[in-house]
Write a protein that binds this ligand. Structure first.
Ligand SMILES: Cc1cc2nc3c(=O)[nH]c(=O)nc-3n(C[C@H](O)[C@H](O)[C@H](O)COP(=O)(O)OP(=O)(O)OC[C@H]3O[C@@H](n4cnc5c(N)ncnc54)[C@H](O)[C@@H]3O)c2cc1C
Length: 406
């Protein structure tokens, strides 16, 4: 009998993790990894941080050295786009007109930067940020310095780019929908911590505002819903990402907020899996589906899919995790954002000096935690979330009580 073929459509971190985990677990069948980009898999966090700031070379973000693919018999096909697949024939149609037969198919097509979608957003001064090329182009525009940079979007990526742009000595304005930056992700109070940090770094905010146009004329500007014009040499579209569901949709896979999967990353179609930013995965710990656009999720879900393909008992039980770096502030967050929304926030440490842990507590149980400029506490935070034990908020807040003892 011939050995099985695992075909991975999408060569980002999640797709690469599936290939890596399969080989590490001893899978000796054929692995094909095809990707629309010309690059071998790379990670994206440095694109708004170290690389954008000029602190690290682009190669540092590569998932594996170039020869890893051949050394591990992973057939990597760059510049190849998956179109749709035929579930009955187990065939994937690709952009060059060919078709590839698979035993297991992994959809790992990730997400794309959400377009700004207003008149003038196609102007050359408007920069999306998703790929290496986007980041290089933006970096070239920022490193000139002394330019008027307007960020459309006050989420994590918008604020990271704001910090990088200030680092090059640009004037920076952030325009956000919400009343406080990041409030959708971490609530108003904690969003305010980040807003103050940026204020101190002379970033100007227009909150509860909407970009309605980009005027690319002689007086280049971003136009707000209020009619106000913000002069801009560089406009960065940091308005989120949309999952690349096209292949799945064309092939009849069930969608939710992305591609719906069970806890083993299996889609509604047999032998077809979805991972990474694309997957709206069932998380047993919270009894619901969740799509995470995070680096750690690309790894966790990729591993789960590999285990499921190998026939192991596979269940997504990692706690969602991500991090951000802005100026001299570093943070890590673990937890279940849907449960954290509206939960009580308990602080441990000094919020004003930005050295603290925030715990989101629901029914006396920790459902999420964020450490800001405090390190080596993620294991404890995740343990508290996982345990589901009732905790006394005063003890949680009390720094004299060892976190490890809670
Ligand atoms: C600027 C930036 C900064 C970020 N910072 C952080 C951070 O600090 N912390 C964090 O946790 N997360 C961060 N993220 C999110 C993190 O990078 C993503 O969660 C992660 O990249 C998801 O990996 P993925 O493999 O699922 O998708 P992707 O990285 O999007 O990779 C999918 C790949 O599939 C390809 N593809 C798409 N359609 C097709 C097709 N039809 N056929 C073939 N190939 C296709 C795409 O071109 C892409 O190469 C950041 C993202 C960006 C853009």
């Amino acid at each position: 009998m011939s050995k099985p073929t695992v075909l991975i459509a999408g060569a980002g971190l999640a797709g690469a993790t599936v290939a890596t985990e399969l080989r590490e677990r001893g899978f000796d069948g054929r692995i094909l990894l095809l990707g629309a980009e010309e690059h071998a898999p790379y990670i994206r966090p440095p694109l708004s941080k170290e690389y954008l700031k000029g602190d690290a070379p682009i190669e540092e973000g590569e998932v594996h050295p170039a020869d890893w693919y051949a050394d591990n018999a992973v057939e990597f096909l760059p510049g190849v786009e998956a179109g749709s697949f035929d579930p009955a024939a187990h065939e994937l149609f690709v952009s060059d007109g060919g078709r590839i037969t698979y035993d297991s198919l992994v959809l790992a097509t990730g997400a794309s930067a959400r377009p700004l979608g207003v008149p003038g957003s196609g102007h050359g001064a408007v920069f999306p940020l998703r790929t290496r090329e986007d980041s290089s182009r933006l970096r070239a525009a920022l490193e000139v310095g002394g330019r008027r940079v307007v960020l459309a979007g006050s989420g994590w990526i918008g604020l990271e780019v704001a910090a990088a742009a200030r680092g090059y000595g640009n004037e920076v304005t952030v325009i956000g929908h919400s009343a406080v930056p990041l409030s959708g992700a971490i609530g108003r109070e904690l969003g305010g911590v980040f807003e103050r940090l940026h204020h101190e770094n002379e970033v100007v905010f227009h909150n509860a505002a909407e970009v309605v146009a980009v005027d690319g004329g002689a007086e280049q500007a971003v136009v707000l819903g209020s009619g106000e014009r913000i002069p801009a040499d560089v406009v960065v579209a940091g308005v989120g990402a949309v999952p690349n569901t096209r292949v799945a949709e064309r092939s009849g896979v069930r969608l939710g907020n992305g591609v719906l999967t069970d806890k083993g990353m299996r889609t509604s179609i047999e032998d077809v899996y979805a991972v990474g930013d694309l997957a709206d995965a069932f998380l047993p710990a919270i009894g619901r589906h969740l799509r995470s656009e995070h680096w750690a999720n690309a790894i966790a879900s990729g591993k789960v899919a590999a285990h499921a393909i190998l026939g192991d008992r596979a269940s997504y039980d990692d706690i969602p995790y991500f991090y951000s770096d802005q100026y001299d502030l570093g943070m890590e967050y673990s937890g279940y954002a849907p449960l954290a929304a509206g939960a009580q926030v308990v602080y441990r440490g000094d919020v004003d000096s930005r050295e603290f842990i925030a715990f989101w507590v629901r029914n006396d149980r920790v459902v999420a935690g964020m450490n800001v400029n405090v390190w080596d506490v993620q294991d404890d935070i995740q343990r508290l979330i996982r345990s589901g034990e009732r905790l006394d908020a005063d003890r949680l807040a009390d720094e004299s009580v060892d976190l490890a003892a809670l």
